[in-house]
Design a protein around this ligand. Structure first.
Ligand code: HEM
Length: 403
């Protein structure tokens, strides 16, 4: 009760002069606290009133600050708030051993928004995207089952991928899976590992994950280039893609539309891997070499030039970004693109393994049964057989199994 009465009296004492000469009183109160905010500042902020925070830019009177510190029984003349305020407004005298001027900025507004985005929507929507994809695939498996090879296997095989192509694919696959898992630990460890296994375990995992993530990225980029070179010619759009799409690729129903080496669905996977993979690689390089490869101000400039913001009903993108904001955008973009590609790749792994009988052999041994090839890539099989026949190796395409 006594405390409440005291608080009321304090409020009245503070509120009374505020109504008479608010500005003067606030300045006086602030100088009495060494330039720090007053109770009225705090109350005004809580009421939702506008508070002119310019005073925070000024340092308090050091003598007065020392006086306050002594009254409170603390040691030293400069209070912590002075130091933090100086850091906040980039006025502290900071020296760094590496990183140049940009590394001297220890506190900046964008950091909080980025942190909130990263621990909130990014983890939530990204996590739901991955879990949702897995859920849809489980449902699809339960409804459709494994897509079988119709009829008997012939026992005759054709070469689908050479050893170097399979090497490139597995280098891409293993590096991507490692990058995905370690990236998730870096992003989600604080929310999902630390609370259960403790901060020490999380920290050890984080250090190991960061090391693996940063170094394995090179293998991914190399494999991406190899896969692009090997398969781009087979992934250009063709007329047969329209027919394949019109028949939903045979996923629904039992018909198997003709396809070349890669069908329209695989072309989507290929171009997703190439485009999203390149974008992830580029933003990853920007993160790997902090502040040396700023990408976003320039990109936003181009997008604004093309009026993209108008089409999507937004205001122009910011083109004056601090080096820290550049890094925040790079991290956000890197993670969003990675989540989308992970979801696509989960579907790809499903169809390349449990989802379709006979598919795995293509990347396992490189040899596929002619019955499988005829069912899923009939145009390609006919081309291969025709080539073999002209080279005198095997009978022409009429020998392929009937539908
Ligand atoms: C680890 C599990 C994986 C399995 C079992 C798997 C399986 C396969 C198989 C069987 C094929 C050949 C399909 C055919 O003969 O038509 C293939 C192709 C391909 N894979 Fe994978 N893959 C895996 C992971 C990945 C990853 C992580 C990536 C990329 C990040 C990837 C990218 C590709 C691409 C671009 C193709 C060619 C286009 C296509 O067939 O969709 N694969 N994969």
């Amino acid at each position: 009760m006594l405390r409440q009465v005291m608080a009321l009296v304090m409020l009245m004492v503070l509120a009374l002069p505020v109504t008479t000469n608010a500005q003067d009183t606030m300045e006086r109160d602030r100088s009495a606290t060494g330039g720090a905010q007053t109770l009225e500042d705090i109350l005004a902020r809580q009421r939702g009133d506008a508070v002119d925070s310019k005073f925070r830019r000024k340092f308090g009177d050091p003598d007065s600050a020392a006086g306050v510190a002594q009254q409170l029984g603390t040691r030293g003349g400069a209070s912590d708030p002075d130091l933090w305020r100086a850091m906040r407004y980039n006025e502290a005298d900071i020296s760094v051993s590496a990183g140049g001027d940009v590394a001297k900025v220890l506190v900046q507004s964008g950091g909080m928004a980025w942190y909130e985005f990263r621990k909130g929507p990014l983890i939530t929507y990204g996590g739901y995207l991955l879990l949702g994809t897995i859920g849809v695939l489980i449902l699809f498996y339960l409804l459709r089952g494994r897509i079988p090879v119709d009829g008997e296997m012939t026992g005759r095989t054709v070469t689908r991928f050479k050893a170097i192509e399979r090497f490139a694919h597995w280098l891409l696959a293993s590096s991507f899976i490692l990058l995905g898992l370690t990236g998730l630990v870096v992003l989600m460890g604080r929310s999902f590992i630390a609370p259960y296994l403790g901060k020490d375990v999380n920290s050890a995992l984080l250090i190991a994950s960061k090391f693996v993530h940063n170094n394995v990225s090179w293998a991914f980029m190399l494999a991406l280039v190899m896969v692009f070179v090997f398969w781009v010619a087979h992934n250009l759009p063709s007329r047969s893609d329209l027919k394949w799409i019109a028949q939903f690729g045979g996923i629904v129903g039992s018909k198997h539309p003709p396809a070349k080496k890669f069908n329209a669905g695989q072309k989507v996977i290929f171009w997703s891997v190439i485009l999203l993979g390149s974008s992830i690689s580029l933003s990853g390089l920007s993160l790997l070499f902090p502040f040396e490869l700023p990408l976003f101000a320039k990109t936003f400039g181009h997008l604004n030039g093309w009026g993209v913001y108008d089409w999507i009903g937004m205001s122009p993108f910011p083109t004056a970004l601090t080096p820290q904001e550049e890094m925040q955008f790079a991290q956000g973009w890197h993670a969003i693109m990675a989540f989308v590609l992970m979801a696509i790749i989960i579907a790809h792994i499903y169809i390349g393994s449990v989802g379709m009988e006979g598919a795995y052999d293509a990347m396992g041994t490189g040899e596929v049964d002619e019955a499988w090839a005829h069912q899923h890539h009939s145009i390609w099989l006919d081309e291969v057989k025709a080539k073999e026949a002209s080279a005198g190796k095997s009978p022409p395409s009429s020998a392929t199994p009937a539908e």
